[in-house]
Write a protein that binds this ligand. Sequence first.
Ligand SMILES: [Cu+2]
Length: 374
Amino acid sequence: MMNRRDTLLSVAATALLMSAAPTVVPAAAAAAEPDISKLPRQKVELVAPPFVHAHQQVTKDGPKVVEFKMVVEEKEVVIDEDGTKFQAMTFNGSMPGPLMVVHQGDYVELTLVNPATNTMPHNIDFHASTGALGGGGLTLINPGEQVVLRFKADRAGTFVYHCAPGGNMIPWHVVSGMNGAMMVLPRDGLKDRDGKPLHYDRVFYIGEQDMYVPKDEHGKYKAYGSPAESYTDTVEVMRKLIPTHEVFNGKVGSLTGKNAMTAKVGETVLIVHSQANRDTRPHLIGGHGDYVWETGKFSNPPETNLETWFIRGGSAGAALYTFKQPGVYAYVNHNLIEAVELGATAHFKVDGKWNDDLMKQVSAPGPIPGGPTN
Ligand SMILES: [Cu+2]
C-alpha cells in the first residue's frame, strides 16, 4: 500500500512526465558560441536574504562560468509573533532562497542538492534561463540526489526562480518557500533612460511570499510533523486564494525593528523585490523609487520618481533610491491590509542629518488656539 509520501512522489513524477520535459538535450554548439570548457570559472558563496553576495556592478572581463551550490532544506519554521509553525521547503534554508548575481553572457552553473533527510523530490525553474521548463525538466532530484545544471544568462534583469516539480506540487512548493531570484546585470552596469550610468552603494533582496496555513475547528493555526502531512489541508486553503500570511523574507517581522535594513543619507540603495506567485505593489513610505525597473528588465528604460510600483506574480523588479532624510522608513506592500494585517512590512533605518528644507514640523502638536482648554 502506498503511504502519503509515496503518493505525493508518484503524483509529482507523473505530472512532470505529462508536462513533456525533454529527456534528450540537443547538442548546443553553434559555431559562434565560446568553448565553455576554456572560460574562467568563479565560485560564489551565496548569502541569506536580505543580503546579497559580493559582486561587481560593471565588468570589463569576458563571460565566465559562475558556480553556485544550493541545498534544499525541508524544515519547520515559525512565521509570526504568535509562534505559528510552518512546514517550509527552502532553497539553502532561507525564504526566499538567496539572490544570485551574474552578468549578461555569463554561464550559471548550479549544483542543486536534495539531501537524503528530505522527503520530497525538488527541482528548479529559472525564469532567467531558456529551455527545458527553465531547467525544471533537467533538475528533478529525489532525496539523496544532486544535479548540476548550466545555462547561459543571455538577457539582463531580475528574474524569479522556483521549484516546479510538476502538477499540484508546483504551487505548493512555491508557497512553501521554494522561490528566490537571480539578478543578471548588464556587463556595463545599470543605466538611466539616457544611458547615464547608475550605481548602488547597497543592495537588498526582499522576497515576498503568500502563505496558507490551515486552522483547526477552534480557529487556531495547525502544526504538522512534515510537509507531506500538511499537504491536504494546505491545498484546501490555497484553493480559496486567501493567504493567512503575506510576508517578506520568510516571516512576519523578519526585516523590521532590530532586523531593519540600514543605510545612510546620501547612499543609493537597490531593492530587488520578488513575488513568485502573487501580485504585489512595493512602496517606500516617506521616499520614492528614483529609478524603477518594474518588470526587472534592465534593457528597458527605468521609470522615474515612482510612488508605488507593481511586481507581477511570477516576477522580480528592482528599485533604486538615494536616501535624503534620516529616520525609519517602512517599506510595504501598499495593499495595506497585506502590509499591516498579514505581515508584508519591512523597515529601513537611515542615519544622517535631517534636511529642514525638504520637511519641517513648523509647529508641534498642541491645543487649538482659541479652542476649549479642557
Ligand atoms: Cu520543491
